[in-house]
Design a protein around this ligand. Structure first.
Ligand SMILES: O=P(O)(O)OC[C@H]1O[C@](O)(CO)[C@@H](O)[C@@H]1O
Length: 245
């Protein structure tokens, strides 16, 4: 199997390539299920999808979305919550039915039960047609930090110290960054029919090279993607420096 990858000159070109892939799925299967990611990496992808909706009538009217993860502990409506992020950067700009946009519910009394519910919900959609991923500098996908098991499903997890530090750029101080999240598991992600991982910038180069060429290991959760038959890494030249030409 192995991971297929393409290098683009910069973040912009890489983002357009991912928007092309998502658009193609939507056009071929309007009632598709899209698995979505947050973080800084996909922002330009979402901006481009919004533009295509506005200017080229790209239609999300029958699509369903499921998101990878959500922080635990932020009050509802917090600007750094992923539900807010998705609304702000994508959903409010497109014609998606909000009842068909799903993120883990982190405000339930029983968070483990809520995680199980989300796993069942992802199943009940009929399966994710295209899962978009970013990657952490430690190889995390979703919030599956190093140590995550290949058969893990949606669950409550602790964030790695490095992730808390790296995501502190979105908060006033590091102490404001949530310590826990609900995330789809590795097995949940691997059930998607097709997976596209977007990684740009030199801070991702080591994690990308290990994910593609390293051993399949819990030390780099993205390396589990090597076991999937249809994975494409979309990279800029900085994120690809650790790969042989
Ligand atoms: O895109 P960033 O901000 O570098 O974050 C990397 C990854 O870490 C996360 O923030 C954690 O899930 C993802 O949303 C993202 O893909």
């Amino acid at each position: 199997m192995g991971i297929h990858w393409t290098v683009y000159p910069n973040h912009h070109e890489a983002s357009l390539a991912v928007a092309d892939t998502i658009s193609a799925v939507l056009i071929e299967k309007p009632a598709c299920v899209l698995g979505l990611a947050t973080g800084s990496t996909p922002l330009e992808v979402y901006a481009e999808l919004a533009r295509r909706h506005r200017e080229e009538a790209l239609d999300f009217g029958k699509a369903t979305t499921v998101n990878l993860d959500e922080y635990i502990g932020l009050p509802p409506g917090h600007p750094q919550s992923y539900v807010h992020y998705m609304h702000e950067h994508l959903f409010r700009h497109i014609n998606i039915d909000r009842d068909r946009t799903h993120l883990p519910n982190v405000h339930a009394a029983d968070l483990s039960e809520s995680a199980n519910d989300f796993e069942r919900l992802v199943e009940s959609t009929g399966g994710v047609d295209l899962q978009l991923l970013g990657i952490g500098t430690n190889g995390h996908i979703g919030f599956n930090e190093p140590g995550a098991e290949e058969d893990s499903v949606t669950r409550v997890v602790d964030l790695a110290p490095g992730t808390i530090h790296s995501n502190s750029r979105f908060f006033e101080s590091e102490s404001d960054v949530p310590r826990r999240a609900i995330t789809m598991g590795i097995a949940t992600i691997l059930r998607a029919r097709k997976i596209v991982l977007l990684a740009t910038g030199d801070s991702k180069a080591e994690a990308v090279a290990e994910a593609i060429n390293g051993p399949i290991s819990r030390d780099n959760p993205a390396s589990f993607l090597q076991t999937h038959a249809n994975v494409h890494f979309v990279l800029d030249s900085a994120a690809a420096v650790g790969l042989a030409n």
